[in-house]
Design a protein around this ligand. Structure first.
Ligand code: GDP
Ligand code: MG
Length: 600
C-alpha cells in the first residue's frame, strides 16, 4: 500500500459520546474484528479504564479498507479523553493528520469536546464533524449542528450523522476520511530509518514493546537501530501492526504507526518522544515531546509494620507500566522514610490514590495532594517547590521577591439554571471568569481561570454536587500567576510536624488552621501531659488547641491481688509505647496522622 493511501487519525469526543462504540463499528466494517465476537471495545484495555470509562494509555489499531479500486491503510490512534493525560494526548495527536470530532446528538458540545478541539486545532489536524446517537428520542440534531457550526466554525454541510450503536451511516465515514484527511506526505520512504517513540509498555515475556511513528525509511526484524537520547543500540526482534492485537509484519515503512520489539527488559531506558534511527547513519532527532511534568504531588509513607524495601518494590511494579508517575525518596521526621509521588493531574492522582488504597490500604500513609509552587528570588532565581515542607517561611523573605502558583483554564458545561451556584463556587475557589456562552439547549459553557490547587481539592466533586451531577469539567494548563501563598505548619508542643505542612492562599489560612488543629486534637486525645497544638503561617501562630494532661494509669482499676493480669497489662503498655513516634516529648501514634490525613 503506497504512502499516499495511508490515513492516520484519532477520534475526539467528550466521555460517553460514543468513541469506543464507533471504533468498534469501524473495526467491524473493515473486517478487523468479527461483529459476533463478544470481546468488544478493543481499545479500552486496562481495568481501571473500563471502571472509569477513560482510556489511560494511548492505543492504536490498524485497518485496511478497499475504496475505488485501491487499498487504504488506516491507523486509528486512541488517546485518553481527559486532558490530565495531555502529554499522551498530544503525542497521539502528533502522530495523526486528522480527527473525527464526535458529538452526542442529545447532549451537544461539552467541556471535553471543547478542550480537545482546541488541542487538535492547535496541532493543525483536519477535523471531520460527526454527530452520534441520532437514533435516540432525545436527539436534537439541528441544535447540535448549530453548536458545532458556531463554536468550531465547521460547516454544517460537512457534518455526518451516525448511530454508532446501530451502525447507521458509519460506512460513510471511511470514504470521508480518505477524501478529507491528508496522508502523512511529510514522511520519506527512501531515507534511512527514523521514527519517534509514541508510547511503550511492558510485557513479562517479550520485555519492552514500543509504539512508534515511522517518519523515514523502513525497519524490520534484525535491523540495528539506535536511540538518540541514550545512544543505546538495539537489534529489532519483531515489527508489526496492531490488528487489533499484535500482528507481525515483514517490515514497517514510513507513515505507519506501529509496534516494534527491541528485545530489552529494562523499561527505564525507553523514553517516549525519543528518536530511533538506523545504526551507522547520522540524523537529526525528530521534534521531541516534553518530559511529563507532574502537576500534583503526594507523600507516601509505610505505615506501622510495613517493610520499606518490600513496599518500594510493589510501588515500582505498579508504576512500571505508567511512566507518567514519578517516584522519589523522601524523608519525614514524623513518618520516617518514604516516597514523593508526582502525577500529571488531579484525575491521574486520584486514580492512583484509589489503586494504592485498594491494594495497600492500611499499610501506606498518603499525605494531602499539593501542586508545585514557584519561589521567585530578588536575584532572579526561580525555584519550584513540590514538597510543602520545603516551602520557605517568612524568615527568608528578605531575599524573596514573590511566590507564584499554577493555574488552569477550566471549561465547565451544565444546565443554565445552575449558573449562579457555579459562579459562587468558582469565586469561592479564587476563580476568575473568562467566558460564558449560553447554548441553545439550555446548557451553559463557562470558562474560568482557577488555581490548580483549588482544582485538586475536589473541585469536580463540589461542582457535581451543586449541579446534581449534571456538570462536566475539563481544563487546560494556563501557566503560573503571582500569588499570596504561605506555608501552614502544624506544631505540637512547639515542634513542626513536617508531614502535615501545607501551602495555601492567604485567604484560606484562618479557616483551615482552626480546622486542622481541632481535628488533630481529636486524634491525639490521650496524652500523659499537657500538649499544645498550634498552626503557624508566615511565622505567626494563627490557631491553637490544648490537650489537658491526663494520667493514664492502666493499673488504677485493678486489685493488687490480680498479679498475672497486672503483668500482662504492663507488658502491653510497654509495647504500645514502642509503637509511638515522638515529636518533642509527645508520643504520637502514626495512626493518628493516617486518620487525620484521611479525614481531610
Ligand atoms: P466513549 O466514552 O466515548 O468511549 O463512549 P462509549 O462508546 O463507551 O459509549 C457510551 C454509551 O453510549 C454506551 O452505553 C453506548 O452503548 C452508548 N452509545 C454509543 N453510541 C450510541 C448510539 O449511536 N446510540 C445510542 N443510543 N447509544 C450509543
Ligand atoms: Mg471509551
Amino acid at each position: 500500500i503506497p504512502l499516499k493511501n495511508y490515513r492516520n487519525f484519532i477520534i475526539v469526543a467528550h466521555v460517553d459520546h460514543g468513541k469506543s462504540t464507533l471504533s468498534d463499528r469501524l473495526l467491524e466494517i473493515t473486517g478487523v474484528v468479527d461483529p459476533e465476537a463478544p470481546n468488544k471495545q478493543v481499545l479500552d484495555k486496562l481495568d481501571v479504564e473500563r471502571e472509569r470509562g477513560i482510556t489511560v494509555k494511548a492505543q492504536t489499531v490498524s485497518m485496511i479498507y478497499h475504496y475505488k479500486g485501491e487499498d487504504y491503510l488506516f491507523h486509528l490512534v486512541d488517546s485518553p479523553g481527559h486532558v490530565d493525560f495531555r502529554l499522551e494526548v498530544s503525542r497521539s495527536y502528533a502522530s495523526c493528520q486528522g480527527a473525527l470530532l464526535l458529538v452526542d446528538a442529545s447532549e451537544g458540545v461539552k467541556a471535553q469536546t471543547v478542550a480537545n478541539f482546541y488541542l487538535a486545532y492547535s496541532m493543525d489536524l483536519k477535523l471531520i464533524p460527526v454527530i452520534n446517537k441520532v437514533d435516540l428520542d432525545t436527539a436534537d440534531v439541528p441544535r447540535t449542528e448549530e453548536q458545532i457550526e458556531s463554536m468550531f466554525e465547521l460547516s454544517r454541510n460537512d457534518i455526518i450523522h451516525v448511530s454508532a450503536k446501530s451502525g447507521l451511516n458509519v460506512k460513510y465515514l471511511l470514504p470521508k476520511i480518505i477524501e478529507n484527511i491528508p496522508p502523512p506526505l511529510h514522511c520519506r520512504p527512501d531515507e534511512p530509518f527514523r521514527a519517534q517513540i509514541v508510547d511503550s509498555w511492558y510485557d513479562s515475556y517479550l520485555g519492552v514493546i514500543m509504539l512508534i511513528n515511522v517518519a523515514d525509511g523502513s525497519v524490520k526484524k534484525g535491523s540495528k537501530i539506535v536511540s538518540f537520547k541514550t545512544r543505546q543500540k538495539y537489534e529489532v526482534k519483531e515489527v508489526g501492526i496492531m490488528y487489533p492485537d499484535r500482528t507481525p509484519l515483514p517490515h514497517l515503512v514510513a507513515g505507519q504507526v506501529a509496534y516494534i520489539i527491541p528485545g530489552i527488559k529494562d523499561p527505564n531506558t525507553v523514553f517516549v518522544g525519543d528518536t530511533l534511527y538506523e545504526a551507522g547513519t547520522s540524523v537529526e532527532p525528530l521534534e521531541g515531546f516534553e518530559e511529563p511534568k507532574p502537576m500534583v504531588f503526594v507523600g507516601a509513607f509505610p505505615a506501622q509494620g510495613t517493610d520499606f524495601k518490600k513496599m518500594e518494590e510493589r510501588l515500582e511494579h505498579l508504576f512500571l507500566n505508567d511512566r507518567s508517575v514519578t517516584l522519589q525518596h523522601a524523608t519525614s521526621s514524623a513518618l520516617g522514610q518514604g516516597w514523593r509521588l508526582g502525577f500529571l493531574g488531579s484525575l491521574h492522582a486520584s486514580i492512583f490514590k484509589e489503586r494504592l488504597e485498594k491494594e495497600y490500604g492500611e499499610s501506606l500513609i498518603i499525605t494531602s495532594p499539593t501542586v508545585p509552587y514557584k519561589v521567585h528570588y530578588k536575584d532572579g532565581r526561580e525555584v519550584t517547590v513540590s514538597n510543602p515542607d520545603d516551602f520557605p517561611d517568612s524568615l527568608k523573605k528578605t531575599t524573596i521577591s514573590y511566590f507564584s502558583e499554577p493555574y488552569v483554564d477550566a471549561f465547565m458545561s451544565f444546565p443554565k439554571e445552575y449558573v449562579g451556584k457555579v459562579m459562587q463556587l468558582c469565586t469561592a475557589n479564587r476563580g476568575e471568569q473568562e467566558e460564558i456562552q449560553y447554548m441553545s439547549n439550555d446548557q451553559v459553557l463557562m470558562t474560568y481561570s482557577i488555581p490548580t490547587s483549588q482544582l485538586i481539592d475536589d473541585f469536580f466533586g463540589k461542582l457535581k454536587g451543586i449541579t446534581k451531577g449534571y456538570a462536566s469539567l475539563d481544563y487546560e494548563d494556563a501557566g503560573y500567576k503571582p500569588s499570596d501563598v504561605y506555608k501552614l505548619e502544624i506544631l505540637v508542643n512547639g515542634e513542626s510536624i513536617d508531614a502535615l505542612s501545607t501551602v495555601m492562599h492567604k485567604s484560606q489560612i484562618e479557616k483551615n488552621s482552626k480546622e486542622f488543629v481541632k481535628r488533630l486534637k481529636e486524634f491525639l486525645r490521650i496524652q500523659q501531659f499537657e500538649v499544645a497544638i498550634q498552626a503557624q503561617a508566615n511565622g505567626k501562630i494563627v490557631a491553637r488547641e490544648t490537650i489537658r494532661a491526663r494520667r493514664k494509669d492502666v493499673l488504677a482499676k485493678l486489685h493488687a491481688s490480680d498479679e498475672s493480669r497486672r503483668k500482662k497489662l504492663l507488658v502491653r503498655q510497654k509495647e504500645g509505647k514502642k509503637l509511638l513516634r515522638s515529636i518533642g516529648k509527645v508520643k504520637i501514634p502514626p495512626q493518628a496522622y493516617q486518620s487525620f490525613l484521611k479525614a481531610r
